[in-house]
Design a protein around this ligand. Structure first.
Ligand code: NAD
Length: 366
């Protein structure tokens, strides 16, 4: 059943939402002493424990937080499934102001809630969480991954995410132009934070012409100076005559307003949830002849990194060699999409569902 169809059936009750989106569990956590209010979404654990980061956000209301955790944890299921990892999909959200509420006790209490799930959910760093926050959480639970290198963890996953995005972009170029080279291609990297910065470095090394935008002018100046990329204003960038658009900032940048403006032939970037409407905008891009690399396929480098860390098998070489396979994953998704006349987004979801179902059957007793 497609997401759009699912969502149209969803009413506001929690049970209705988790039933429709296919979640196994939604854990609601509260601690009156620290003010902790957290939600842990466990979407699917057929392939393995539900791994996904914790983010903190000042949600306008609880329904928004529930919607976010359900959508994000479902996304993690598919990211792991198509990447070939033995992980399920999970995500946690902490509700409130990240600047004022994250005390040691608050974070450790949250760690205790994670511990109480006995490894069914494994957490990592996400939006508005710092490594120091994760260290507090790790004082109360062993089910934390992606800790700093000085703690024996795998550290910042952004370089691997950027590398996976880079090789995925090359696979899309091979499909669109018959040649994977990005030399002299005009590429817009939107957002030069951690991932965007490393991606720009890869692209410049290959002599691509790179345009960069960010709401932070200082970041543009820094990355432009270091790499020779050209700074552009966030708004004018959508109208640029380019070959590739690489969203590396926010979600939902592919929508009714932006798609008609885009003049690229490929979209390949690391931002999560790029399509505002997973179905409609996936098909709008297809109709426009733009090849889209589904975000959860191309940005899986970070998940590969924390997966190896969690398995106690992390080393940098292994992480990069697994991320290299994102090239093949992107190539097979666009092939299946073409063969079955699906958008790449839908093709990726079908591939993920197939693996979950097949591996799930293997695990059943005989
Ligand atoms: P980051 O916060 O370091 O960088 C994001 C950058 O985008 C910042 O420089 C910010 O100023 C900029 N930005 C925000 N709004 C913008 C706008 N409207 N226009 C242009 N720039 C804007 O984050 P990151 O770790 O580099 O991650 C980038 C994206 O990739 C996020 O969507 C993240 O969820 C996703 N992602 C990251 C990883 C990872 O390993 N870091 C893994 C998977 C997915």
């Amino acid at each position: 059943m497609e997401v759009k169809e699912l969502e149209s059936r969803v009413d506001d009750s929690i049970m209705s939402q988790i039933t429709s989106l296919g979640h196994e569990q939604l854990v609601v956590c509260h601690d009156k002493d620290t003010g902790l209010k957290a939600l842990i979404g466990i979407h699917n654990t057929v392939l393995g424990p539900a791994l996904g980061g914790t983010r903190m956000w000042n949600y306008a209301n609880e329904s928004e937080a529930i919607r976010d955790v359900l959508r994000l944890s479902r996304g993690m299921t598919y990211k792991a499934a198509v990447t070939g990892l033995n992980l399920g999909g999970g995500k946690a959200v902490l509700i409130g102001d990240a600047k004022t509420m994250k005390t040691e006790a608050f974070l450790r209490r949250f760690g205790k809630f994670i511990e109480s799930l006995n490894g069914k959910y494994i957490t990592a760093e996400d939006v508005n969480m710092k490594m120091s926050d994760m260290e507090y959480i790790a004082m109360e639970t062993k089910h934390v991954t992606g800790l700093p290198i000085y703690r024996g963890g795998s550290g910042d996953p952004s370089p691997v995410t950027a590398y996976g995005t880079y090789v995925g972009m090359k696979a899309m170029a091979k499909k669109a132009y018959g040649n994977e080279s990005l030399e002299n291609k005009k590429i817009w990297v939107q957002g030069v934070g951690q991932v965007g910065m490393y991606l720009t470095e890869h692209l410049r090394k290959e002599n691509a012409t790179v345009y960069i935008s960010d709401i932070d002018e200082e970041k543009i100046a820094k990355v432009a100076k270091a790499t020779g990329a050209k700074g552009v204003s966030a708004e004018e960038a959508y109208d640029l005559d380019i070959d590739v658009y690489a969203p590396c900032a926010l979600g939902a940048t592919l929508n009714d307003d932006t798609i008609p403006r885009l003049q690229c032939s490929i979209i390949a970037g690391a931002a999560n949830n790029q399509l505002e409407d997973e179905i409609k905008h996936g098909y709008d891009l297809m109709k426009k002849g733009i090849l889209y690399a589904p975000d959860f396929v191309i940005n899986a480098g970070g998940l590969i990194n924390v997966y190896l860390d969690y398995m106690k098998e992390y080393n940098k070489e292994r992480s990069y060699s697994m991320a290299e396979k994102i090239y093949d994953n992107c190539a097979s998704i666009v092939r299946v999409a073409e063969e079955e006349n699906l958008s790449p987004q839908e093709a990726a979801i079908h591939i993920g569902d197939k693996r979950i179902s097949e591996v799930g059957n293997v695990k059943l007793p005989r």
